[in-house]
Each structure stands twice: as structure tokens, then as C-alpha cells.
Design a protein around this ligand. Structure first.
Ligand code: PEP
Ligand code: CO
Length: 449
């Protein structure tokens, strides 16, 4: 038993307040679903979780870089081969650019295969004088604005498990079966460079990557071996619905330790990271890598206590602090946090979420984010780390492989009036494929320094 498990059981979270849980109308029906989920196979294996933690430990020291991305909220109706393939494709494209530029491995983690539950700032939503419960993700209720759609249905947790399983199955097939081979991903990048209005400025890097691959072939390094042909994408989601997370928490038979086998990495959101709350209580006992979202109003002592509660042994790779501070705050509020954690000698993967504190409502009524704000928060994040002597270790973005118009700007300069053209998200606005890859090309040089 490690210090994590002191007085911990997988149900000890039930003794403290759990925020952001759905108001399930029928408690018995919930118990039945959770009982069934408990008997079903885990989605991931503890050995994989340990591998991810080892890779993340490298991001603590700057010997690897974490790329975490995917939908704000996965949509059951989008659990289809094309959607999964396109999201994976963009993550792999970004990873090739960042790996080449940064000269270090990129640890790829999707917000995928389980990102189905959302915290909300208000319990209800009012439209034209009608008040209904908020949409809380497909694992809870449905986004349509009708009374029936908004009733939480516990069967959605079973559907979510099945959606996660089939997503993961396809991801494993793609990443192991040659879809992610280096030559192929590089060919996609060249296609992007040829088509993007700003692509010419990325052409040099695309050409260099090409030359590196050709060089390997010339000197006889086989490019059809598993290192080149296979890749690994880990999964992650916000551990929000504690009943579901508990049902998938299992003892690893090889070590006797507890792991949450619903995903490789879990994170705690800005709204559920109360020190005395149920989410922290639950996650302190499982040995997965844990992300903690940190918004601009954080309290420094609270963050220190959170880190020591969740990682009493200061194990490297256990904690990723995901700062989501907003362009207007980052320069002021990030340095003191970096300084203090460094002074305490804490092993942290520092990751930048440039999305969540840069959201605004456009005049058209769409919730959006500007590409320039996103890029600027990332730049400020790197600069703060350079001046504090800490390691900028990762990027956390909301993105999709679909050709959506949800964030403004980028090379095609999406303007407010164009947001309605293909605005598909049921929650927060995502970068589309082109905007995501542009981020990778734009930050490539920063990763190297
Ligand atoms: C999210 O990542 O979608 C989210 C809700 O983030 P945060 O907890 O940082 O607001
Ligand atoms: Co979001």
C-alpha cells in the first residue's frame, strides 16, 4: 500500500461533497447500470497507464513534450470511423511537426474515448423564458432544448462505455496497423502546406522532415519497422461522473494497486478541484497520471496542498498542472505559481490550455475563441517558463479533425459572420484541422529552445 491509499477506498468519495453530479431521477436505475458496468472489462490496462506515467516523467524534465487534444465534449452521434480517423490524423500530424522541431518525443494523449461528461457553470439554461436543466454531456442527457432530452438517463453511462470501447478499438487498430506511419503523416503535412494560405511559410520545415526520413532510408534504417509504422495514442477525459469512474476502477492483478481503467489519464476540472471534495478524494487513491486544471483565480497554497494530497511521494509523471489563465492574465498570474512550485521542488508536467479562459460570445451569439488569443497565450506560457527557469512541458487543446468554423482567425481568417457556416460543437468551440496544425507549425520553434 502506498501513501496514496491511506484511508482510501474506491467508495470513500461518497463521504464528502461531490460537485457537478447529475440529478438522476431514479437512484435505483443508476445503481443497476453501475453494477453492470462494474462487471464489464476495463477499457485500458494498468501496464499502459504505467507506461504513460513514465513518458510523462520525461516531460517533467523537458525530455518529452505532452500533446493532449480532442473535443470539448465528445458526441455519441460522432462516434464514427471518419470522425475518429480525422481527429487522430490531426493529432499525429501535429505530433510529427512538434517531434521534429522539438527534437524530443511527443507523448500523444487524446481527449477521446470517454470525454462525455461536462461540468456546467449553471445548473439550468433559460431560453425565451423557458428554464430547463443544463446539458451535461452525452453520458448524462442530450443537448436538444426539450424537457425530455434534458432528463438525466443513467443508460447513457452504459452507452458511453460502449462508445468509448468502440472508439478505443478503432484507435488501437489505426495506431498499430500502419495508419500512423511516419511517411504517411508527413505526406498529409505536405498536403496541408500546399493547400493552406500560409502554408508557404511552413514549407521549409515540411521539407526538412522529408529530408530526415529520406536520410534514414538512404543509410539503411528500415522505415517499415514498428518504431516508424506504429504509434501510440493514450486516452484521457475529465473524471467527472464519480459513479462511472468508480465502476471502472480495478485492482491491477500484477501489482495489487488500484487504477482507474476508464482511461489512461484523468483530469480534475477547475470547478471540481476542491481540496475537501469528492473528486480529489477519489483520484488520490488511483495510480493514473492526473491532470489538474488551474484558472486565473487560483490560490497558491490551495494548489500546493492539492498537489501534495494527490502526489504525496512527489512521483514524476503523476501530476500535470494544466494552466488555463487567459491571455489577459497569463503574464501576471503564471510566474508566481511556477516560482513557488519550483521552490518546493515539486515534479510537475506544466501544460498550457490556451482555450478555456479565452472564450467569448461573438455578436452572432456564438461562443468562440480567437486563434490569435490562443497562440498568444501559448507564447506567453513559454516565455514565463523561460524566465522562471521551469519547463514548458505540454499543450492541451480543444480540436477536431472536422472542417468546423467554431474559432475565429487562422490562415483562412474565419470571421464572426462565418461562425454559423459549420458550427457543430455541443459545448466549447474547437480548433479545426487546419487551425490545429497551424498551431503546431507556429509553436515548433518555441519547443526547441
Ligand atoms: C474542459 O476542459 O472542457 C473544461 C471544462 O475545462 P475547465 O475545467 O478548465 O474549465
Ligand atoms: Co471545454
Amino acid at each position: 500500500m502506498t501513501a496514496h491509499q491511506n484511508n482510501w477506498t474506491k467508495t470513500s468519495w461518497k463521504n464528502v461533497t461531490a460537485h457537478q453530479q447529475p440529478n438522476w431521477p431514479d437512484a435505483k436505475a443508476v445503481d443497476e447500470v453501475l453494477g453492470d458496468l462494474e462487471k464489464l472489462p476495463p477499457l485500458v490496462f494498468a501496464g499502459e497507464i504505467r507506461s504513460l506515467k513514465k513518458l510523462l516523467a520525461k516531460a517533467v524534465t523537458g525530455d518529452a513534450f505532452l500533446l493532449q487534444g480532442g473535443d470539448c465534449s465528445e458526441d455519441f452521434s460522432k462516434v464514427t470511423a471518419p470522425t475518429i480517423r480525422e481527429t487522430l490524423k490531426v493529432l499525429l500530424q501535429m505530433a510529427v511537426v512538434l517531434t521534429y522541431a522539438g527534437r524530443k518525443p511527443v507523448v500523444k494523449v487524446g481527449r477521446i474515448a470517454g470525454q462525455f461528461a461536462k461540468p456546467r457553470s449553471a445548473d439550468t439554461e433559460t431560453r425565451d423564458g423557458v428554464e430547463l436543466p443544463s446539458y451535461r454531456g452525452d453520458m448524462v442527457n442530450r443537448p436538444e432544448f426539450t424537457e425530455e432530452a434534458r432528463i438525466p438517463d443513467p443508460q447513457n453511462m452504459m452507452r458511453g462505455y460502449n462508445m468509448a470501447a468502440s472508439t478505443l478499438n478503432l484507435l488501437r487498430a489505426f495506431t498499430r496497423g500502419g495508419f500512423g506511419s511516419l511517411q504517411r503523416v508527413q505526406a498529409w503535412n505536405q498536403e496541408f502546406v500546399a493547400q493552406s494560405p500560409l502554408g508557404r511559410s511552413y514549407a521549409r520545415m515540411a521539407k526538412q522532415i522529408d529530408q530526415a526520413i529520406k536520410f534514414m532510408e538512404t543509410i539503411g534504417i528500415p522505415t517499415d519497422n514498428p518504431q516508424i509504422n506504429q504509434t501510440q495514442l493514450f486516452t484521457s477525459h475529465e473524471a467527472l461522473l464519480l459513479g462511472y469512474e468508480e465502476a471502472l476502477t480495478r485492482v491491477d492483478s500484477t501489482t495489487g494497486d488500484w487504477y482507474n481503467c476508464s482511461a489512461h489519464m484523468l483530469w480534475i476540472g477547475e470547478r471540481t478541484r476542491q481540496l475537501d471534495g469528492a473528486h480529489v478524494e477519489f483520484l488520490r487513491g488511483v495510480l493514473n497520471p492526473i491532470g489538474i486544471k488551474i484558472g486565473p483565480t487560483y490560490d497558491i497554497d490551495n494548489i500546493k496542498q492539492l498537489v501534495s494530497t494527490l502526489n504525496p511521494e512527489n512521483e514524476a509523471g503523476r501530476i500535470t498542472l494544466i494552466t488555463r489563465l487567459g491571455l489577459k492574465n497569463v503574464e501576471k498570474v503564471l510566474p508566481p505559481l511556477l516560482r513557488e512550485m519550483k521552490r518546493e521542488g515539486l515534479n510537475i508536467v506544466w501544460s498550457c490550455d490556451p482555450m478555456h479562459a479565452n472564450t467569448y460570445t461573438a455578436e452572432t451569439g456564438h461562443k468562440t475563441r480567437s486563434f490569435n488569443d490562443i497562440l498568444s497565450e501559448i507564447t506567453c506560457f513559454f516565455e514565463a517558463h523561460w524566465s522562471e527557469g521551469t519547463i514548458p512541458g505540454g499543450l492541451h487543446i480543444e480540436m477536431t479533425g472536422e472542417n468546423v468554423t467554431e474559432c475565429t482567425g487562422g490562415a483562412r481568417n474565419i470571421i464572426d459572420e462565418e461562425l454559423a457556416n459549420n458550427y457543430l460543437t455541443t459545448c466549447d468551440p474547437r480548433l479545426n484541422a487546419e487551425q490545429s496544425l497551424e498551431v503546431a507549425f507556429q509553436i515548433a520553434d518555441m519547443i526547441r529552445s
